[in-house]
Design a protein around this ligand. Structure first.
Ligand code: SAH
Ligand code: SF4
Length: 307
């Protein structure tokens, strides 16, 4: 229903109020790509025909839905396909929420039970903390009992390190978990991989992490994309242990998901294992992320609204 006039169960005066204050747009599925591992990539069309992607990842225990927060991204990380789109526009809170509804409807049918037991990660296209208000509004809508009823504990917002917004996020009353994309513990290397580092440097970022309020069992998650010969040496691992010293942290090592347009290769498995061992020996819990949906360009960093 794209027109308030047709919502005849609402009073006429309320319909008029709605018409003056709001618009209805539709998020349509342009295409769905099915991976051999069960992952589904959704190419979605927003009301103005701009395209974003969402990813559904089934798991024995709990599904995960990965959603976008912007059309494209302005941050420009060298290892990420979304960066190559540049930034087109921010998504509205409604558009952000619509991704979850559209995906659940496609997977489970329109009668999908809500609240649905699913994990939600803001790890699709875009930098959530450069669209802070709309992302926070979408989180409140999705967490609300009358909305989707998804617990904020089941949501994770991933950021490339927008320090002032990390500080704001720390003070939110409805607050998901946070993940910070690090990918190097060395400023010169991070400057090159993630240009945002020239604005918010590692010492500022780590300072914000130190001050971040964590509950007893909570840890800050750091994501580290493993790039062959770039950031994966023993020395890099030791620098990471030193950087995270004193922070309740865990590290997710993400083997680089390649694309012909990207100038990197994934680190070999033995290198990733050696890197992980140095972290664990340094008392930093470290996990190797299994790539999902690589065959349909649905894995981390591969989202580029491809047909
Ligand atoms: N903009 C946010 C969230 C989207 S990216 C952020 O950068 O945190 C989600 C994760 O995918 C980030 O940790 C990012 O570092 C990682 N990533 C980006 N490109 C990748 C690639 N080609 N291979 C593996 N991981 C990648
Ligand atoms: Fe943007 Fe995240 Fe990709 Fe960097 S990794 S360009 S912040 S989507």
């Amino acid at each position: 229903m794209l027109d308030f006039e047709g919502m005849t169960e609402l009073s006429k005066s309320f319909r008029e109020k709605l018409r003056a204050a709001a618009t209805v747009t539709e998020t349509r599925i342009e295409n769905v790509f099915y991976s051999s591992d069960g992952t589904r990539r959704y190419l979605l069309k927003l009301g103005d025909d701009k395209e974003v992607e969402a990813v559904f990842m089934p798991d024995e225990r709990r599904d995960t839905i990965c959603i976008s927060s912007q059309v494209g991204c302005a941050v420009g990380c060298k290892f990420c396909m979304t960066a190559q789109l540049g930034i087109k526009r921010n998504m509205t809170a409604g558009e952000i929420v619509s991704q979850v509804i559209v995906v659940l409807n496609e997977v489970y049918g329109p009668a999908a039970e809500l609240p649905h037991k699913t994990n939600l990660v803001f790890m699709g296209m875009g930098e959530s903390f450069l669209n802070y208000q709309e992302v926070m509004n979408s989180i409140r809508l999705m967490a609300d009992e009358k909305g989707l009823g998804i617990s904020p504990k089941r949501m994770t917002v991933s950021t490339s390190g927008i320090v002032p917004r990390i500080n704001d996020f720390a003070r939110e009353s409805v607050r998901p978990r946070i993940a910070i994309s690090l990918s190097s513990a060395i400023d010169e290397i991070r400057d090159d991989l993630m240009p945002i580092n020239r604005k918010y440097r590692l010492d500022e970022l780590i300072e914000a992490c130190r001050e971040y309020p964590l509950s007893d069992r909570e840890r800050l998650t750091f994501e580290y994309v493993m790039l062959d010969g770039v950031n994966d040496s023993d020395q890099d691992a030791r620098r990471l242990v030193r950087l995270l010293n004193g922070i309740k942290a865990k590290v997710n090592l993400i083997p680089h998901n390649p694309a012909p347009e990207l100038p990197f290769r994934a680190s070999p498995v033995e290198r990733i294992l050696a890197f992980q061992k140095i972290l664990i020996d340094g008392d930093v819990p470290a996990f190797i992320r299994r790539p999902r949906g690589q065959d349909i360009s649905a894995a981390c960093g591969q989202l580029a609204a491809r047909h």
